[in-house]
Design a protein around this ligand. Structure first.
Ligand SMILES: C[S@@+](CC[C@H](N)C(=O)[O-])C[C@H]1O[C@@H](n2cnc3c(N)ncnc32)[C@H](O)[C@@H]1O
Length: 450
């Protein structure tokens, strides 16, 4: 019995993520590199891993309806196979005969002949309804005009309830009706966006490779499907893989008006270096220099690899709260460690890893890093506080508490720094949203040192 290699790879990734807590994008990347799959197989394995993780709560509810055993009593190896099988049946165009039979063969190969009949029975039961019929079974009002409760939205869109509530709060009063669109956008596979680093990239060559311009950032290009690794400029680092939202917040900092000297820029949380590299390319064009700080050595190495050229002064490895640096930077970026609730579409396992208890350590660090960034900024200089989470506790509250504690800094309306980008909300901070802008969810606040 030959097991389909793409499904086997997808299973191995899911199992490693579940059993040993590996990060799905890292485990998937490593296994794909080591495997001998063609482009179509690799695309299928990637979709099965990411789609199964993104829709796990809904898929588990379907399995619970079809199984004679409680989920917790199913062999975890078999449960992973069932989850993949239900994903293929309901969310992809895979023929149900193939989805069931391939899954049965996979279950036997990872767990022996015991679960053959059980796997077959559960998946055949799951295949009796299509996705919308299962939605009706699990969330009866999903297709009506009734407003769904957080529990219903959680079941329908496979987000933990605490994340549903946190995203609802961060949307703010005027955007409450958009909660479901946001949750649904988190379940869409995003395009791979490239950044053509100014002063480094050859844009004509990039276009000739099939990349098409992005929506808002002048440096953004959407990569041709499945071809990123083959683009030579990505290999050299002159072009990087970077979400358009990350580009926009970096450009916003670089374009904030600053009087007087504008030669010395700091990226306080630089690893793995996407924003540092874009800042360094812009700095090179203006005769400025970017210095980075990064706590982890391996991430600092990634910064050095990404940010090359005359605009890059190097990266200091250490705790930004302790390393010795000047206190006269003209522009400082704090791209703070955060829960990452804005990048759920790109990091399918993140929603299952995070918990509200992560917030207390993170928010303390975020406040300390922002305070430190202000200390290192010269009078008249600017600090950008950025997170890839919209969570109120990690964003508006950090900034408002800082403004209460210190009288040497003020917040400015950042919206004019995002020219051409619609739906920027009431200000002064800017939030970018997957469902509105097609970018990762990013938060940007601009502070000026007095
Ligand atoms: C959100 S990531 C930054 C992403 C980066 N700006 C980019 O665009 O590629 C936050 C980074 O801060 C680093 N970090 C966390 N605590 C730190 C500290 N105390 N000092 C310096 N870096 C820290 C993390 O290791 C992580 O690489």
């Amino acid at each position: 019995m030959a097991v389909d290699p793409a499904r086997r790879l997808a299973y191995d990734v899911l199992h490693e993520v579940g059993a040993s807590g590996g990060y799905s994008h890292i485990v998937l990347g490593t296994k794909l590199r080591d495997a001998d799959l063609d482009q179509r197989q690799a695309g299928f394995a990637t979709d099965v891993v990411n789609g199964t993780l993104r829709n796990q709560l809904f898929i588990d509810a379907v399995i619970a309806e079809c199984s004679s055993r409680q989920l917790g009593k199913i062999d975890p190896r078999v449960l992973d196979v069932l989850r993949m099988g239900v994903y293929q049946l309901l969310f992809t165009g895979t023929d149900s005969y193939a989805a069931v039979n391939e899954s049965v063969d996979l279950a036997v190969s990872v767990s022996g002949p015991g679960p053959k009949g059980f796997t077959n029975a559960v998946l055949r039961a799951a295949s009796k309804r299509d996705l919308n019929q299962w939605r009706t079974q699990i969330v009866p009002d999903w297709n009506s005009d009734l407003k769904l409760s957080p529990d219903e939205l959680s079941a329908l869109t496979s987000h933990p309830v605490w994340i549903v509530n946190a995203l609802r709060d961060s949307l703010g009063r005027s955007r409450q009706d958009e909660l479901r669109s946001l949750l649904e956008a988190n379940n869409e596979a995003p395009d791979v966006t490239l950044v053509a680093r100014p002063s480094r990239a050859d844009v004509d060559e990039l276009k000739a490779e099939g990349a098409t311009p992005g929506k808002y950032s002048p440096y953004a290009y959407v990569a041709p499907a499945g071809k990123v690794a083959r683009i030579e400029q990505v290999r050299t680092g002159d072009v990087g893989v970077q979400d358009e939202g990350s580009q926009l917040v970096t450009l916003a900092l670089a374009n904030a008006p600053v009087d007087g000297d504008d030669k010395s820029w700091l990226d306080l949380c630089a690893g793995p270096g996407g924003k540092a590299a874009l800042l360094a390319s812009l700095a090179a064009e203006r005769g400025a220099l970017v210095e980075g700080v990064e706590l982890h050595e391996h991430r600092a190495k990634l910064v050095k690899r990404a940010a090359k050229g005359p605009g890059f002064a190097g990266v200091v490895v250490g705790d930004a709260l302790e390393v010795e640096l000047d206190n006269n930077f003209d522009r400082v970026l704090v791209d703070a460690p955060c829960t990452g609730l804005g990048v759920l579409r790109r990091r399918p396992d993140l929603r299952w890893r995070r918990s509200p208890s992560d917030l207390s350590d993170l928010t303390k660090l975020q406040a300390d890093l922002l305070g430190n960034a202000i200390d290192r900024t010269r009078s008249g200089g600017v600090v950008a506080y950025v997170t890839c989470s919209p969570h109120i506790a990690e964003t508006d509250l950090i900034v408002s508490q800082m403004l209460k504690q210190r009288d040497d800094v003020t917040q400015e309306d950042a919206r004019s720094l995002f020219p051409g980008v619609p739906d920027l909300g009431p200000g002064p901070a800017v939030r970018l949203w997957p469902h509105l802008h097609g970018t990762d969810g990013m938060y940007f606040a601009l502070l000026r040192k007095q």
